[in-house]
Write a protein that binds this ligand. Structure first.
Ligand code: ARG
Length: 582
């Protein structure tokens, strides 16, 4: 356990550590089940174990001997817990300062990743076919994880391991040889060509042999085959990149499977030298057996009977390349859970080959998300195109925005609609627990009221509009942390502050567990807290953010500005934009 990023939570752990003589790092600081109990709770079990006393007795002793300081106002014992109340004005001030004026000595985000590298393999689609809707989940989860790790100060290498090699390309080359290269060559034409070829094989099995021969020519560096393959790759990348641009994604490395072709002999030789590979039914495999020779999982297939290397062989080379190039702390593969066995086999073979870093490799699986009842397709089946889903989302968002904000002109709507529509799709994909399947309706995904991206974006725009109004109509200065924090005396304001204080630890938890949905839930909670505070003013003008009393208003505006900042940073980490008006 490392100490919490919130210094007030850390101070509570230190108070218990000081009173008992145990190490603060071993203590967990939680939120009490009910806010009336206090702001932070520290359990006394670890101290009890070390001191051989009952946890409740230790808690009572700590509470009795407690003396307030600049951080903590009071301590009470409840069973085995010490519940602390912090100095509210001090924590308000700290939060406003850290959020509105971040400095190195008061970082807003965790720093535990400094000096460490994480490789994240995400999106990684196969070329020569469109990005289908299911590709979005790897793409947006991977992008959010890359941002989360960066937020924790890791060096991140975001990798697109394009599926640009393998027998599929033999089929496409054979098809071009037969029927001519489609003009104009685009990804739709390539996909159609592939489907036509698969259909034709059914009645003309000899085509299979032609495809194999063409793949062999490609592998052997035949110029005609290479040039045509390169065109397939170029048109595919153009198509993919257009979507990546819409999603605001840039990869640090785009290195397809083809890049590992040259490493194949060395990988195969290494496995043979170590006595790991063997020929089985004409194929080259690595059997995966326990010490007694009992098969634990199916063997990893390295080379088919016809000599062609496989996906797995190239993944071995890629893993080694990443280690050699980046010396990673973690190497993540954001790939659907259907490939679970592949990654288990892969990591096992790396471990058997003696690479100690194999334990740092991790498959981050995910389930299927559907929106509007549309299922992700397969190569031959009916594919729902990602491009089309994003376009539909944008169109629907434009309608919602026009409806909700009739004051916005067409230019503004056109600018905001993609941010909201695409953001809604991204958010829904991250909101669903990663390993579960989820079914969303369009209304849910785009709802400005529900657990949605637009809901968070609206809260952010609401903050922006309050700040604009204060400056333009009331002449308030830009919000600053130098306000009288004692004026923030309502519990609803404190609830907002407590939540803001959890931001850094939430980001750390989301990164450490590879779970962006932790952050989506946090942002929704923050919006809920903000809205409960904000709507108090509907019943009582004195509780409005823009109340008449100037000093109070400026203190509240600083809190609004802090909420806005955290929402914007949080949305940015998830891969969503935060419009200033909606
Ligand atoms: N191209 C593969 C597919 O579309 C995913 C690749 C994932 N990354 C990896 N290193 N295997 O299924």
């Amino acid at each position: 356990m490392s100490s919490p990023a919130n210094p007030f939570a850390a101070a509570c752990a230190r108070a218990v550590a000081r009173a008992t003589g145990i190490d603060a790092d071993g203590l967990s600081v939680q939120s009490p089940p009910r806010p009336e109990l206090g702001d932070f709770a520290v359990a006394c079990f670890p101290a009890a174990r070390q001191l051989g006393l009952a946890p409740a007795a230790i808690a009572a002793r700590i509470a009795a001997g407690f003396e307030p300081d600049a951080w903590i106002a009071s301590a009470t014992a409840t069973g085995p817990f010490v519940n602390f109340r912090v100095q509210r004005a001090a924590m308000f001030h700290h939060l406003l300062d850290a959020t509105l004026r971040p400095r190195d000595d008061a970082p807003l985000l965790p720093r535990h990743g400094a000096g460490k590298t994480v490789c994240i393999d995400f999106s990684s689609p196969n070329i020569s076919k469109q990005l289908a809707y299911h590709h979005i989940r790897s793409t947006v989860i991977g992008h959010a994880l890359a941002n989360l790790y960066r937020a924790c100060a890791y060096r991140v290498v975001g990798i697109n391991h394009l599926g640009d090699w393998g027998t599929t390309h033999g089929m496409l080359l054979a098809a071009c040889a037969r029927w001519g290269e489609p003009q104009p060559l685009d990804i739709g034409a390539l996909n159609a060509l592939y489907v036509r070829f698969r259909e034709a094989i059914k009645t003309e099995p000899a085509l299979e042999e032609e495809a194999r021969a063409w793949f062999k020519r490609l592998e052997d560096g035949d110029l005609e085959a290479r040039a045509r393959w390169q065109r397939f790759r170029d048109v595919s990348w153009a198509e993919f990149d257009a979507v990546y641009q819409q999603l605001g994604i840039v990869f640090d490395e785009v290195r397809g499977e083809s890049a590992y072709e040259a490493d194949m002999p060395a990988v195969l030789a290494m496995l043979a030298d170590k006595g790991l590979s063997r020929v089985s039914q004409g194929a080259l495999v690595v059997p995966l057996e326990d010490a007694a020779g009992v098969e634990e999982m199916p063997p990893l297939l390295l080379k088919k009977g016809d000599g062609a290397t496989l996906y797995a062989t190239r993944d071995l080379a890629a893993a080694i390349y990443r280690w050699d190039s980046y010396g990673f702390e973690r190497s993540l593969y954001i790939v659907d859970r259907g490939q679970g066995l592949h990654f288990k086999q892969l990591f096992r073979v790396l471990a058997m080959a003696g690479y100690a870093w194999a334990g740092r490799c991790q498959h981050v699986p995910f389930g299927l998300v559907r929106i509007g009842g549309k299922k992700a397709g397969t190569r031959t089946g009916k594919v729902v195109l990602l491009r089309e889903v994003l376009a539909e989302a944008t169109e629907r968002a434009a309608a919602t925005i026009r409806d909700k904000s009739p004051g916005l002109d067409d230019v503004a709507v056109a600018a905001i609609a993609p941010v909201v529509g695409i953001g809604a799709i991204v958010f829904a994909n991250l909101f669903a627990a990663r390993e579960k399947d989820a079914d969303f309706e369009w209304e849910q995904v785009l709802s400005p009221q529900g657990d949605s991206g637009p809901y968070v974006q609206y809260a952010h725009a609401r903050c922006a509009s309050l700040l604009r109004k204060a400056m333009i109509e009331l002449g308030d200065p830009a919000p600053s942390p130098e306000v009288d924090c004692a004026l923030l005396s309502h519990d609803a304001e404190w609830t907002v502050a407590r939540r803001l204080g959890d931001f850094a630890d939430t980001v750390a938890r989301a990164a450490d567990g590879n779970d962006p949905h932790v952050l989506t839930h946090y942002l929704l909670d923050l919006c809920g807290d903000f809205s409960r505070w904000y709507t108090l003013g509907n019943g009582d003008p004195a509780l409005r953010v823009l109340c008449a009393e100037v000093a109070t208003r400026r203190a509240r505006l600083a809190l609004v500005a802090a909420v806005k900042e955290i929402l914007q940073i949080g949305l940015g980490i998830l891969g969503l934009g935060a419009p200033e008006a909606m």
